[in-house]
Design a protein around this ligand. Structure first.
Ligand SMILES: [Zn+2]
Length: 473
């Protein structure tokens, strides 16, 4: 009798352990399959080639953005998803016009050209360009110190560099980007004639980096033109200013703001076999800046997100939950696509449990950042070991992605793919964000890493923490 009791008790202990082990083994085999398929028969690189080289920069409202909508929709249809559709969204349309031009004039007739690019959303300079003395500042907070007396009629040169000591280059970017985003609105209040911003780039080179800016509440008639200058030319300008405070900078921008135009988010889904009402999103933004071809930002994320669904189809994995790929329009200068997707999801009472965005370049994946509750995060961390063979180790709480941010509500877990960020800002929003700077294997590893996490969330679901929300749903 004692023996029987002992055996039964032992089995009760052993059986769950065995089934847990075989589950983990099944998961690890599935991840291996996903990585094999992505690395040996991947499609992401070919798609990126087309987006970058056949279509090119895809600024919202442009012909190229519309081409990208049509191309990705057709490719998603080719994968054989259950549903593919376009979600209409109105987007702003800003055009750069002919190439910008700038020079530093150290004395009448003595000039040196410098590399600039208009910031997205900037007004044009007057037809003859803007020429004025320059005042260098290290940030918006300096404006008050100098006051109207020293700023009025001058071009304000924002020259605070990204901090090289920070290991996360995104953190370094975050420490500077207010100069680009709000510099013109703030300097305008002091009567500045224009704004030149040091490019958000850790490397010294000749590429100016564009990006979004806002005039806030500034009336149209009081808006001043704003451009980014390359890091090499920022260093030159700063150096020569120290010797010659009276030098002048000339710049000419030809940009124009138009009426909003019709565009689309591109969406495709595999409908879940057991819990179709539980939706998981994997996405990226389809628009890009216009001066490169947007290969890293965010062509890489677009093709990786498409690849997640293709990988599942190819290896014959049938998800229990609904997996949607969403290619958002207008992240760069409006976030209209991200807001529209969340708005429609809410109006339809859709239940999103998870969203993953790839918008940090097509570099070697290191892991993910999560916007999740403690218990949910603990659940996700329990999967970390499965990623070890693929050198994926970074699982941290933190931001996710701009486009999926508006989905934050109730229990949904948001995540962002975190590739190595050291070289991202060499290319970000610049003319050298081009296809040849994306490595095929790194891109494919990213797609497989995303697919692996989506597979695990699909297999196990996400812990519910918000009781009120659960009841409502
Ligand atoms: Zn981006």
């Amino acid at each position: 009798m004692k023996n029987i009791i002992f055996t039964v008790v032992s089995l009760l202990i052993i059986i769950p352990v065995i089934s847990q082990n075989s589950q983990a083994q099944g998961d690890s085999l599935m991840l291996r399959k996903i990585y094999d398929m992505s690395l040996m028969q991947g499609k992401s690189y070919d798609w990126l080639d087309h987006l970058s080289n056949k279509i090119g920069g895809r600024l919202s409202g442009s012909y190229q953005a519309q081409q990208a909508v049509e191309y990705t929709k057709a490719e998603l249809e080719n994968i054989g998803l259950d549903k593919v559709w376009l979600q209409p969204v109105m987007v702003p349309k800003w055009t750069r016009g002919s190439k910008e031009f700038a020079y530093v004039e150290t004395s009448p007739g003595t000039t040196r050209n410098v590399n600039i690019t208009a910031l997205g959303g900037s007004v044009a300079t007057p037809a003859g360009g803007t020429k004025a003395p320059v005042i260098e500042v290290q940030g918006i907070e300096d404006l008050e110190r100098y006051g109207k007396e020293q700023i009025k009629g001058k071009i304000v040169f924002f020259n605070r560099p990204m901090r090289p000591g920070l290991i996360s280059t995104f953190e370094a970017y975050g420490g500077c980007v207010d100069q680009r985003y709000s510099g013109a609105a703030e300097a305008g209040k002091y009567g500045a004639a224009g704004v030149i911003v040091r490019s958000m780039n850790l490397r010294m080179d000749d590429y100016p980096h564009t990006g979004s800016m806002s005039y806030g509440e500034t009336p149209v008639s009081q808006r001043i033109p704003a451009a980014a200058i390359s890091t090499n030319d920022a260093a030159y300008l700063s150096g020569i200013l120290k010797m010659n405070k009276d030098l002048k900078l000339y710049f000419k921008l030809n940009s124009e703001q138009h009426e909003d135009v019709q565009s689309y988010n591109v969406i495709g889904e595999i409908t879940g076999s057991e819990y179709p009402e539980e939706i998981m999103v994997v996405g990226a933004h389809l628009d890009s800046w216009d001066i490169g071809d947007g290969a890293h930002d965010d062509g890489a994320g677009v093709v990786q997100s498409m690849e997640v669904l293709r990988l599942f189809k190819e290896i014959g994995y049938k998800p229990k939950r609904t997996i949607r790929v969403v290619l958002f329009m207008n992240e760069e200068n409006g976030l209209r696509g991200g807001n529209k997707y969340a708005e429609v999801a809410k109006s339809k009472n859709e239940e999103h449990i998870f969203a993953l965005e790839s918008d940090a370049g097509g570099f070697t994946p290191r892991g993910f950042s999560f916007d999740a509750d403690k218990a949910q995060f603990a659940q996700i961390q329990s999967w970390k070991g499965l990623f070890k063979p693929y050198l994926i180790h970074y699982f941290e709480l933190g931001g996710s992605g701009a486009d999926i941010g508006p989905l934050k509500q109730g229990d949904v877990v948001l995540a962002g793919l975190r590739p190595d960020s050291q070289r991202y800002f060499d290319h970000h929003h610049a003319a050298n964000d081009t296809f040849e700077h994306v490595n095929k294997r790194e891109l494919e590893l990213g797609a497989a890493t995303m697919a692996s996490l989506v597979y695990l969330v699909d297999n196990y679901g996400i812990k519910r923490i918000n009781i009120n929300t659960t009841e409502k749903l």
